[in-house]
Design a protein around this ligand. Structure first.
Ligand SMILES: [Zn+2]
Length: 468
């Protein structure tokens, strides 16, 4: 496509979205009025049906797949034998709206104030999901049938940890097969610049309990009997140094070295260390393996975090006691290519080796980490689409500190996975007065149309080259 045709496409897209925007917002409002609170089974099925109905009205072949709890809404549109297949993921369930008295307007009666739609699920995730449906609609209005196949996978259980997403994908691998997955969640940069997120951390959760005595005793016995909290503190001091570096043997062995392009991307994330320190009330940044560099450590470093520590008397005043038990909860965030089970075994070996083989350990493996290489061609597609629509290059995060199930796409389906957020950083998701900024919704619609268009060019360029 010539540069002139390119401009014509983008002009037509923005004109079409402008013309139809009011109607798109009204349609979104209908979906927002339908509660879909997955954790207490409120309105989820109804919301799935409403969403499926809307998808069918756009010409998307749509099915509702029951799972053990809340259904998956799955749709397809585009040529049967398409070479390029885009999988759009999203979730139509929402968090409970409580505390209700802190909402300025009722959570399921969406209203527009100051350029934002307020209501539960506006940003997380109905509005961001809906932008993709309106993006398809816009593409079809402007350019006709999509040149690629697009699959829509919308689950109703994200807010309860997606228990049936992986089983669904593994059971329907052919149905879900695609060239790339995108979804829109989280938020773009505070400055208003668009972002791409290419990875999430994994998670291993552990609880360690040290028991030294049959019960708590008078602390005079501390002279002669062992102390559970002191032993736990000793144990913990073997796990990590003051510099932030984890001392478990082999902990970093499988950490994938960042690509130079990924390091470069992280270098260009706007970062004001002093503002960060004052925002957190911290005296200094952690040293860690990249030195005191906030984003490098956030993106590339695994953590071994103490998220809870419990022993002895913590009430008012003093109590002289020798506690029988001490326990700690650890959340361990992993980066590619660490595995939760592998790290669990390494920690167990470490405890054994340091004389703590007798302590009680409970563990839960959460997520496997994921990171789509920044050099992947579909990252290029997303980057181009975003740049054209937003008029500025996106900030690219090779990964973020959060954990999530992106590995279902990157590992189970073996495809790149790219997050393009359309919500602003003040979206207040999970909190009272959640909102979606209208500008983000509008740009989201255009971005989604642009992704279809840009990915379609991959097909055309291949056809072009095979012709001659
Ligand atoms: Zn959420």
């Amino acid at each position: 496509m010539t540069a002139r045709n390119e401009n014509r496409f983008y002009d037509a897209v923005s004109e079409s979205v402008r013309e139809n925007f009011r109607a798109y917002v009204d349609e979104l409002m209908v979906l927002l009025r339908q509660p879909s609170i997955s954790t207490r089974d409120e309105g989820v099925q109804e919301c799935a049906e409403m969403l499926a109905e809307h998808m069918r009205s756009l010409g998307i072949r749509t099915m509702i797949y029951p799972t053990e709890r809340h259904p998956v809404v799955f749709g397809e549109i585009g040529p049967e034998d398409a070479e390029e297949v885009l999988l759009v993921y999203g979730h139509y369930d929402v968090q409970p709206p409580e505390p209700l008295d802190q909402w300025k307007s009722p959570p399921f009666e969406p209203v527009i104030r100051d350029g934002k739609i307020y209501g539960r699920g506006t940003s997380d995730n109905k509005g961001q999901l809906f932008a993709h449906l309106k993006g398809l609609e816009t593409y079809m209005k402007v350019a006709g049938d999509p040149p690629i196949k697009i699959k829509y996978l919308f689950e109703g259980e994200e807010e309860i940890g997606s228990p049936n997403l992986r089983p669904f994908v593994l059971k329907h691998k052919d149905l879900c097969r695609a060239s790339a997955a995108i979804f829109s969640d989280s938020h773009y940069h505070e400055s208003g610049r668009p972002s791409l997120i290419l990875g999430l951390k994994g998670m291993l959760y552990m609880e360690i309990k040290v028991k030294e005595l049959a019960s708590d005793f008078h602390s005079m016995k501390a002279a002669a009997l062992p102390s559970a909290p002191w032993r736990l503190v000793t144990l913990l001091s073997t796990l990590k140094g003051e510099d932030g570096i984890v001392k478990v043997e082999g902990f970093y062995d499988n950490v994938r070295p960042p690509l130079s392009e990924e390091i470069e991307a992280v270098d260009s994330i706007p970062c004001d260390s002093n503002a960060l320190l004052s925002a957190h009330g911290a005296r200094q940044l952690l040293e860690n393996r990249f030195g005191q560099r906030y984003y490098h450590n956030m993106v590339f470093e695994p953590t071994l975090n103490i998220s809870g520590l419990l022993s002895g008397y913590t009430g008012k005043g003093s109590k002289t006691v020798l506690p029988a038990v001490a326990s700690v909860k650890l959340d361990i965030r992993l980066v590619p290519d660490q595995e939760p089970e592998e790290i669990y075994e390494k920690i167990m070996r470490h405890l054994e080796k340091h004389g703590f083989g007798d302590v009680e350990v409970y563990h839960e493996s959460g997520f496997i980490p994921s990171r789509t290489p920044i050099t992947n061609k579909y990252v290029g597609v997303a980057r181009e689409a975003v740049t054209k629509v937003w008029g500025t290059e996106p900030i690219i995060y090779p990964g973020i500190g959060g954990a999530g199930p992106n590995y279902i796409f990157t590992r189970d389906l073996g495809i790149p996975c790219i997050v393009i957020p359309f919500a602003a950083s003040d979206q207040a998701n999970h909190a009272p007065n959640e909102s979606l900024v209208l500008e983000g919704f509008e740009k989201g619609i255009m971005t989604s149309a642009a992704v279809i268009h840009t990915m379609g060019r991959l097909v055309h360029s291949r056809e072009g080259s095979s012709d001659g």
